[in-house]
Design a protein around this ligand. Structure first.
Ligand code: AMP
Ligand code: MG
Length: 372
């Protein structure tokens, strides 16, 4: 990672939107809340401001940025044209977690698009975020506010962990609502192509478009991805990650066979599976703390040769919404706990589950096991 001269990072509140918007306009880096994850914002019309995003994140320079707008009228000068289907998508899903790529106008610097002719645009649902963009008066380029390759931040604390001293300010508006990034789409004729699954699901897009397909590169790793960001390892914590998908009892059985092999194992589970596991192992948690926003953290020894099991419960059952909400914060919390292996209980690839499993596939380097 490139060494940067440290800068003082101000922690702002939602009362400071005027200041944040002004800092953004003059080219500073400000981490901003959105409904998906915290973004690392910079003036999306200023190439030098966007250069600072790449430097602060250590982001590969061919991975383009999403420009955030506060309303549809901001779109017109950034794009060459808008097709009727693109218009329908904006009308239906904006403000919200849908990013649409358009042919870019001359106003958009190539720095925003990694040299591509298309620019990715999104209007976030977060009102504080839209207000900052309105005050800035320019579109705001904002990838997730983490160092490249790491889990995305869903709290201001997680932003500071990765970015303190590298950015001018962070606006703390509490935890993000959705927890996984936006869906990225491209319209070709009457077809909506999903380049990256996210907060707006395929089923939701099908309500307004006759043809919705996943980009073939999402299934076939040999194919060049249209969303260049898809080729990089992402969302990865420090330790190895394995994802288990199946009934609670099947997941428990698999965990039981792994526990003896590790000194300190991390489990990111639903309450249901956790209850069955405790029963099966015949143990009781010895410590419980709630030092993070995640719902439960339990650590205890197993057997004479104390092994630790560090557990975070993400929800009652393995539902995509609870996993999405707690995914990145959970991964970051396990980093702090120094586990040798992290086992994550995955969910079905349905609805928001497609986006969650896509992120888990990357976080685990493809270590996904379907067990029945
Ligand atoms: P991030 O902001 O880091 O969560 O990721 C932005 C995502 O949007 C990445 O997967 C990019 O590759 C994708 N993206 C941005 N601009 C374009 C574009 N012009 N065409 C296709 N994908 C894009
Ligand atoms: Mg990111």
């Amino acid at each position: 990672m490139e060494a940067l001269d440290p800068i003082e990072t101000q922690v702002l509140t939602t009362d400071d939107v005027e200041l944040a918007g002004t800092l953004l306009r003059v080219g500073d880096l400000v981490a901003i809340p959105t409904e998906t994850v915290y973004g690392l914002g910079a003036n999306g019309l200023a190439a030098d401001a966007m250069d600072r995003i790449y430097a602060a994140k250590g982001r590969p320079s061919d991975n383009p940025l999403i420009l955030h707008v506060c309303n549809q009228s901001m779109v017109h000068r950034l794009v060459r044209h808008i097709t009727p289907l693109e218009q329908t998508l904006m009308d239906t899903f904006w403000p919200g977690p849908l990013t649409i790529t358009f042919e870019k106008s001359a106003l958009v610097p190539e720095r925003a698009t990694g040299g591509l002719s298309r620019v990715a645009l999104r209007c976030p649902a977060h009102e504080v975020c839209r207000e900052m963009i309105r005050i800035a008066g320019v579109p705001i380029a904002a990838p997730s506010a983490n160092r490249s390759g790491r889990p995305s931040p869903t709290t201001a604390e997680a932003v500071l962990h990765d970015m303190k001293g590298r950015i001018h300010a962070v606006v703390d508006a509490g935890p993000c609502e959705i927890g996984v990034e936006s869906t990225v789409v491209q319209v070709e004729g009457d077809t909506v192509i999903i380049l990256r699954p996210g907060g707006v699901t395929k089923e939701m897009l099908e309500m307004v478009a006759d043809h919705v397909v996943y980009d073939t590169a999402l299934h076939d790793p040999t194919e060049a991805p249209k969303a260049p960001g898809m080729k990089y390892r992402h969302y990865a914590p420090d330790m190895p990650v394995q994802v288990l998908v199946g009934s609670s009892s099947a997941v428990v059985e698999s965990i039981q066979s792994k526990v003896p092999m590790y000194k300190r194992i991390g489990l990111f589970l639903s309450q249901q599976t956790w209850d069955i596991l405790i029963e099966a192992l015949g143990i009781k948690p010895t410590t419980i703390s709630e030092d993070t926003h995640v719902s439960q953290l339990a650590s205890f020894g197993v057997g004479a040769d104390t092994q630790d099991i560090v557990t975070i419960i993400f929800g009652e059952t393995a539902e995509p919404v609870s996993l999405a909400n707690q995914l990145y914060e959970g991964l970051l919390a396990f980093n702090e706990k120094d586990v040798d292996l992290l086992i994550v209980e995955g969910c079905k690839k349905e609805g928001l589950g497609v986006a969650v499993m896509n992120r888990l596939e990357k976080a685990s380097g493809g270590q996904i096991y379907i067990i029945e």
